[in-house]
Write a protein that binds this ligand. Sequence first.
Ligand code: 5AD
Ligand code: FES
Length: 357
Amino acid sequence: MKNTDLIDRLLKNRNLTDEELTGVLLCDDLKFNEYLFEQARKVREEIYGRDVFIRGLIEFTNYCRNNCYYCGIRRENSNVLRYRLSEEEIIACSDMGYELGFRTFVLQGGEDPYFTDERIVSIVKKIKEHHPDTAVTLSIGERERESYQKFYDAGADRYLLRHETADKSHYEMLHPSDMSYEHRMKCLKDLQEIGFQTGCGMMTGSPGQTIDNLICDLRFIQRFKPEMVGMGPFIPHHDTKYADHEPGNVGMTLRLLSVVRLMLPEVLLPATTALGTVDPHGREKGLMAGANVVMPNLSPVSVRKKYQLYDNKICTGDEAAECIRCMSERIERTGYRIKTDRGDHVRYREGCENDGK
Ligand code: 5AD
Ligand code: FES
């Protein structure tokens, strides 16, 4: 068994050497893992108590101009039944979500040119007009700084853009040459400078990923200091060149969640749908390893199965109300409870210098 002193030191210094971090990430000793998860939980509870924040996910378009090699809805996959929700449908989803208790909506989609800056601005403004006490998170990929600024000025509060990998050559292996590592990084920097609560993140076990890549991701996360980090296992999609690649490891994903929690105690960390897909209790395990956010799906059931980034995605058949009931039961069994508010990062809470943004 590995020495738990290592974890105590990570807790105290919020840091370890590359070699030590490698040791932590690769150690699947049960006692060691339990100790790691316990420390991550303690740190999370000191800051966010036993609350779990819920975000209503609206997958509003599966059109995408990109062709990320790992992704099921990439441009060149002609087997995808493409859809986009109308502005009215998106607003209706958020109204229904509001009734169910959601105070954050995440608008997620492929990079769909139909949704011009003006269309996104109009949707953000309408949601904020209908429900001024909600936060709007955008997750619509790479745009130019001017566009991001328009979204922010329209009232969008947060932006999720996973960096996917902080290693340039690994990035180039996962993406075709019309995408660039530099632009991805520039987008993240712009988002942060504009004032969004910003989320980056990566998959665990993505094709070609080495342990050194993950250390590189952790170093990037330490430098960038995002408000949110989205991490889930890679899961193969049958219509991609990685169809036969093995999925990411649950234990590794959980250890990464704990390590990120210990490095950035205040970070908002989702227990992702991908984690719940590779393990039936993955999301609960994520919460027990330091995660404090879940993102139930609010998209109309008629389109759920069409937003398949990877195979066997869970929760594609249930109505939102059913999803949230199932989610709350699962959360309560872990000893945590759903919190119905915007669930801002502590630095962005109302009354703070950032004016509640
Ligand atoms: N497995 C797991 N996660 C995936 N994503 C895309 N494709 C897959 C896959 N095959 C993740 C990416 C992206 C986010 C929206 O979903 O990290 O940023
Ligand atoms: Fe566009 Fe993945 S290729 S969302």
